[in-house]
Design a binder for this molecule. Structure first.
Ligand code: ADP
Ligand code: MG
Length: 391
């Protein structure tokens, strides 16, 4: 892949830049709850603000449905961005109507792109109106790179090379994930967990063709258990995904790679306030209980395999880690990754929360800011926003 870098932008001095960022942060009652994505956008913004004549930042936030909705306003992001940047940030209440005058060195923050239906529809007319005031375009929103939306697809297509670039975050994400996708150093071990097989079918199918071992955990392991003819009691399962699980098991067997399911599991009668919690072998799950975590034998087996890896990709917790009693499996994987010499990449909303909870963020080579985008990247499929930047 040949992402155009910021350094290759031509005539940036005096230019006006539209910077597509991922400022899709959690907001409650007008307050930003987590500023991770805001902080991640700073290097690119600083670089642009020091060089360009004017910079406007744009993003989507939440599931706005094509019309203004105060619950999804980016207004609460402005003061957080301003203090993080140490430069003035002026909020613009409609992304299509920036002020006629730009102030060099200060930032405009445009209101939620998804307040217009053209954003999700990838409408070229909307993209043309959005980009009209700007001589340059920069995309640093890796978290949205897997979607063909107007601000990341139609918009960059209308700029020639030299006038568009990937920001530093986009560059870092693509570099780290490429190292995992293109010719990873072996042994390459993937750990995949989380609630469901259905949200990760394509990545599972792609990974099984590239890894030397695939470690499965979380709720999705239950569907694999069903595929092996085991009983899973009251566990979360996806009956319609049993065939998919069977196909992944068959592909692993055919390629001769290790596909590991937890040999033992933690079971409980309820997620909250359980009366019964036990560790059982995977072929002895009681009919009245549900699987909530991988067991201690599985933990040490997974740790052992991760210790020998040279490349690791992890997506999805091993259990209901939000409940302290069911977090051991997820924390064991987090710690194993932190301790390992492997090049390690973690993607996924909850997985990233778990490595924060484990306090090991600094020991992981790359923590992706894009859950869905990193999973899509792993499949090796074309990312619309990246293709548009390269066009
Ligand atoms: P990520 O965001 O990292 O991609 P997912 O969204 O796929 O992960 O899944 C995360 C969720 O899966 C967590 O909220 C966790 O509680 C849930 N989960 C993990 N294991 C189980 C299980 N055994 N039963 C039910 N839910 C589970
Ligand atoms: Mg999630």
């Amino acid at each position: 892949m040949n992402l155009p870098p910021l350094d290759d932008l031509e005539d940036i001095a005096g230019g006006r830049v539209l910077a597509r960022l991922d400022l899709n942060v959690p907001v409650r009652d007008g307050e930003v709850l987590d500023d991770t994505r805001i902080i991640a956008a700073l290097p690119t913004l600083r670089w642009l603000l020091e060089r360009a004549g004017g910079v406007a930042a744009c993003s989507h936030l939440g599931k706005a449905a094509g019309e203004p909705d105060v619950a999804f306003s980016l207004a609460p992001v402005a003061p957080v961005l301003e203090s993080a940047l140490g430069r003035p940030v002026r909020f613009v209440p409609d992304c299509l109507t920036p002020p006629a005058e730009f102030v060099t060195g200060s930032l405009l923050l445009l209101e939620n792109l998804r307040f217009h239906p053209g954003e999700k529809a990838n409408d070229p007319g909307f993209a043309a109106r959005l980009t009209k005031p700007y001589s340059h375009y920069v995309n640093d929103a890796f978290g949205t790179a897997h979607r063909a939306h107007a601000s990341v697809e139609a918009a960059p297509r209308s700029y020639p090379q030299g006038r568009k670039a990937a920001g530093f975050l986009m560059e870092r994400e693509v570099a780290a994930l490429s190292r995992v996708v293109d010719d990873p150093e072996q042994p390459f071990v993937a750990v995949v967990g989380g609630a469901k097989v259905s949200t990760k079918t394509a990545p599972l199918e792609a990974l099984v063709g590239r890894v030397s071992a695939l470690l499965i955990g979380g709720g999705m392991a239950n569907t694999f258990f069903l595929a092996q003819g085991l009983e899973v009691g009251r566990s979360l399962v996806e009956g319609e995904m049993v065939e998919t699980a069977r196909a992944v098991l068959a592909a692993a067997a055919k390629r001769g790679i290790e596909l590991l399911l937890p040999e033992d599991v933690v079971v409980a009668d309820a997620i909250d306030d359980p009366q019964r919690v036990a560790v059982v072998a995977r072929d002895a799950i009681p009919s009245d209980l549900m699987v909530v975590d991988i067991g201690p034998a599985a933990r040490s087996r997974y740790r052992e395999i991760l210790a020998g890896a040279r490349t690791v990709f992890w997506n999805g917790p091993m259990g209901v880690f939000e409940v302290a009693d069911y977090a051991a499996g997820t924390l064991a994987v987090a710690e194993a990754l932190a301790a390992s010499a492997a090049f390690s990449v973690v993607g996924g909303g909850e997985s990233v929360m778990a490595i924060r909870q484990a306090g090991v963020v600094d020991s992981i080579d790359h923590v992706s800011t894009g859950g869905g985008a990193s999973l899509k990247f792993i499949t090796g499929e074309t990312m619309p926003a990246i293709a548009a930047l390269e066009s």
